[in-house]
Design a protein around this ligand. Structure first.
Ligand SMILES: Cc1ncc(C[n+]2csc(CCOP(=O)(O)OP(=O)(O)O)c2C)c(N)n1
Ligand SMILES: [Mg+2]
Length: 348
């Protein structure tokens, strides 16, 4: 049985290594908190719609939803500079794109395999990409994006563009060999990379406790002298606070940092997972006690935001998502001739 998301733990000391500042929970203004709320709700409603479209057969192939993990992408990416900083993740990628301000229409069009999609309808859920938005995928090979993320960090350092590479991966991916090769190079060359482990407690049907000898994943960088912080990934303000610490550390040239975000996914691994490895009660307990959007709503209510205003926001967001779905459904599929474009045909 998975553990409930825990509170942040301090970084253990690495001998002769400066420690990052202790993260402070972000003090958001009402406007900032409303923004976080809207972004998290957009991801949730978008993913619910994607689940429906999948059920209707409008989305094919694999489809991994981000429901439950919204505070991670929103809290972290709100601290980035979209003009300079790059983001890369695995196949559970819709939320990271929405949190980076990419139009829901082109994401939904990609999911449904339409020419207007962000990868021209030829990538689908797992293979979205936008250099323009500094979103570098969307990768189906578990852990592959971590080495690529180190490469993005190398690029930022080489070009002296002051950017950082936010490199997300899962608790399962954290056991992949190439992750540690990337850690070594990133620290050795002091690359500006924020490694983010989204510990949603499961890798497909395997819980983190069953698969990981060291299940305190924020410690996984210690052998490479990369400091780590464990963060409550269900609290958008705690996430944003940790992001501030991480961005400051990395941007000032101190090398990479590792964040472990304790979170939870409510849906199955992908749309085709019946999730028999955990009980409904377990999922319900997290929903009841730790839902990131409900928690944010309670904070907003404390700041005097009224129920009516929150309802109006939900209505607006449902409108945006429905518009994205209508756009996707009414857009044409790629021309058959597109089968032969964007394909590597040379030999090297
Ligand atoms: C190299 C490789 N091995 C196995 C798989 C099959 N696979 C896809 S997702 C997954 C689990 C990964 O879990 P985690 O890293 O925790 O990410 P999450 O799905 O929880 O976001 C596995 C084993 C794969 N895609 N690539
Ligand atoms: Mg996982």
């Amino acid at each position: 049985m998975a553990k409930a998301p825990a509170k942040r733990a301090s970084a253990p000391a690495i001998p002769n290594r400066e420690r990052p500042a202790e993260p402070v929970r972000f003090e958001a203004s009402k406007g900032e908190l409303l923004d976080f709320y809207k972004q998290m709700l957009l991801i949730r409603r978008f993913e619910e719609k994607a689940g429906q479209l999948y059920g209707l057969g409008l989305i094919g192939g694999f489809c991994h939803l981000y429901i439950g993990q919204e505070a991670v992408a929103v809290g972290l990416q709100s601290a980035l500079n979209g003009d300079t900083d790059s983001v890369i993740t695995g196949y559970r990628d819709h939320g990271h794109m929405l949190a980076y301000g990419i139009d829901p229409k082109v994401i939904m069009a990609e999911l449904t395999g339409r020419a207007a999609g962000i990868s021209r309808g030829k990538g689908g859920s797992m293979h979205m990409f936008s250099v323009e938005h500094k979103f570098y995928g969307g990768h189906g090979i578990v852990g592959a994006q971590v080495s690529l993320g180190a490469g993005l960090g190398f690029k930022h350092k080489y070009a002296k563009d002051n950017g950082v590479a936010m490199t997300y991966f899962g608790d399962g991916a954290a056991n992949q060999g190439q992750v540690y090769e990337a850690f070594n190079m990133a620290e050795l060359w002091k690359l500006p990379v924020i490694f983010v482990i989204e510990n949603n407690q499961y890798a497909m049907g395997t819980s983190v406790n069953r698969a990981s000898a060291e299940d305190q994943l924020y410690r996984r960088g210690e052998s490479f002298r990369i400091p780590g912080l464990q963060v409550d990934g269900m609290d958008v303000l705690a996430v944003r606070g940790a992001a501030e610490t991480a961005v400051e550390w990395v941007r000032s040239g101190k090398g990479p940092i590792l964040l472990e975000l304790k979170t939870y996914r409510y849906r199955g691994h992908s749309m085709s997972d019946p999730a028999k490895y955990r009980s409904r009660d377990e999922v319900q307990a997290v929903r009841d006690k730790s839902d990131p959007i409900e928690a944010c709503k309670r904070e907003l209510e404390k700041l005097g935001v009224k129920e009516d205003e929150l309802k109006a926001i939900d209505k607006d967001i449902r409108g945006i998502v429905n518009e994205a779905a209508d756009f996707a459904e009414s857009s044409p599929e790629p021309e058959p001739s597109e089968l032969y474009t964007d394909v590597l045909v040379d030999t090297y």
